[in-house]
Design a protein around this ligand. Structure first.
Ligand code: MSP
Length: 504
């Protein structure tokens, strides 16, 4: 039986259009999910939408529609966006799904009955756009530290989750599981800035708005957003439902990817909910940086973004996927710029990858009518080149496992660059002039085709369309990873995979 692998993205707020920053997490999660499938894992890749809260209620009111109608529209648009990026999610959880609502109510009741949730009074400073409560010391110049907008004081009867009870257990867990919070810097920030100064109990219900999951035994209250949102990762798997076989199979998650600003909810509140439910914690929560434009986070509220489908239409889906995966060192912030996207597409995709396929297939057609076998004439340059082809998969494995996704991509492109250099070193056009060197010429082309085939196999995870197109032109179906000695190629006529983009 194949090993299971569960990877999640955060569930997104459908409160406006999605931007390339949202695509960033999702494309990375998709690449990891595809890669694990390629390696034979039984993968569950989940994303979804976080649909409750005052902000949605307000926006729907302004638009003159019900909150559900309001989110339905945005969610179908989000699904269209994920389709256009070829996101291969297995589950799309909406917090308005019946299964989620029922399970959140069961969880709330269970935690209340066992004393982990209690009723009290909430007084606090609330930022409506961010749906976050802040203490006065967390404010920056009296405003919300995340979005710099006004906060207002709220006081109401509310239910609370006893975070304080679990504080010591949480610190002990984090310290004894070095992989749980990654990268390392985020772990230190959580322990030193948030946990050790003392955890305050968390408000988990509200009475001031209605768009949420009712607390089953006290219907004046609705479940406040983080308890509703975080539990999505298990409600989707059927936790506490009649059929919890997927929960048994996939939980605990292998990787939960989250943006850096929500690491604290995922590494403090979420583990405490799980501890209270007596469940295992995810193996890893990885807090990545943001995509920024001109130094600022791309965001709906800052308004500095385009619909990602515009980039897809202009440059093609794989140019966008490649750029996002390759440009940013995962974990840090990275700049998104259309100009850099064009430069990368031209240099890496049109020149390096595109030219290699084009040159190799053209020569195979010209000298051998496209039919190439391995004649095994091994000469200078071959050993190093072939061992690079053989080692590629284990290098990519290691880099994907340590979430160095940009480096994983880079290692594939390094092989493609090496293959272009191998053409220059072996000069097939000179070999072609000498009848006695025909077997050597065929061996050289065979090695090149193997480099292309192995790269195309691994690229399925990162650039699925490109991989498919490479296989279509190679006219071969063998997707074994690693150099094969005895394949027979009958390649097609090359057509450009990536056109050079002229800058406006
Ligand atoms: N609904 C919550 C998450 C609940 S998970 C139980 C939320 N939603 S969000 O739509 O605001 O953000 C979703 C994810 O998108 C977050 O991880 C956030 O960091 C990420 N990004 C939003 N803008 C981003 C960039 N500009 N760059 C990279 N990621 C960004 O938070």
């Amino acid at each position: 039986m194949s090993k299971s692998f569960y990877i999640t993205t955060p569930i997104y707020y459908p409160s406006g259009n999605f931007h390339i920053g949202h695509c960033y997490t999702t494309i990375i999660a998709d690449a990891i999910a595809r890669y694990k499938r390629l390696k034979g894992y039984d993968v569950c890749f989940q994303t979804g939408t976080d649909e409750h809260g005052q902000k949605i209620e307000d926006k729907a009111g302004k638009a003159g529609v019900s909150p559900k109608e309001y989110v339905d529209n945005i969610v179908s648009d989000a699904i269209d966006l994920w389709d256009s990026l070829h996101i291969s999610y297995d589950k799309f959880l909406r917090t308005t799904d019946e299964i989620h609502i029922k399970t959140v109510q069961k969880i709330f009741t269970k935690l209340y009955k066992q004393g982990d949730i209690y009723k009290g009074e909430y007084k606090g400073l609330y930022c409506t756009p961010c749906e976050s409560f802040w203490t006065s010391t967390q404010l920056v110049d009296g405003k919300c530290p995340d979005c710099n907008r006004e906060v207002h004081e709220v006081s109401e009867e509310a239910y609370f989750l006893k975070l304080s009870k679990y504080q010591d257990r949480l610190v002990e867990y984090i310290e004894s599981h070095p992989d749980f919070i990654q990268p390392e810097s985020r772990k230190n920030e959580m322990i030193n800035n948030f946990i050790k100064p003392g955890l305050e109990d968390l408000c988990v219900s509200r009475t001031s708005f209605r768009w949420g999951i009712p607390v089953p035994f006290d219907e004046n209250h609705i479940v406040y957003v983080w308890l509703d949102a975080l539990t999505n990762y298990i409600t989707s798997l059927g936790y506490m439902s009649e059929d919890d076989s997927e929960f048994q199979k996939y939980w605990p998650a292998n990787i939960q990817l989250v943006g850096k600003e929500i690491v604290r909810f995922h590494t403090i509140v979420w583990p405490i909910i799980l501890m209270a439910l007596d469940l295992e914690l995810p193996k890893q929560v990885f807090g990545h940086g943001w995509l920024v434009i001109n130094g600022e986070k791309i965001s709906k509220s800052l308004g500095n973004y385009k619909d990602p489908r515009e980039y897809i239409k202009k440059y093609g889906v794989d140019a966008v996927r490649y750029y996002v995966l390759r440009e940013v060192s995962f974990g840090n912030d990275g700049t998104f710029s259309e100009e850099a996207l064009i430069t990368r597409t031209n240099a890496d995709l049109a020149n390096n990858l595109g030219n290699l396929v084009n040159r190799t297939l053209s020569m195979a057609n010209k000298y051998f009518d496209g039919k190439i076998c391995n004649k095994n004439i091994v000469e200078e340059y071959d050993t190093e080149f072939i061992s690079m082809i053989c080692n590629l998969s284990s290098i990519v494995d290691e880099r994907v496992d340590s979430l160095h996704i940009n480096d994983a991509m880079e290692s594939i492109f390094e092989l493609l660059r090496r293959a272009n250099k191998y053409i220059d070193e072996t000069s097939p056009w000179i070999l072609a002039k000498d009848e006695a060197r025909r077997d050597r010429l065929e061996s050289v082309l065979y090695n090149l085709l193997e480099a292309i085939r192995v790269s195309a196999t691994l690229l399925e995870a990162f650039m699925p369309d490109t991989s498919k197109e490479m296989f279509r032109q190679l006219q071969i179906e063998d997707k074994s990873i690693g150099y094969q000695e005895k394949l027979t190629y009958q390649v097609g006529t090359p057509t450009p995979i990536f056109e050079r983009i002229e800058k406006d």
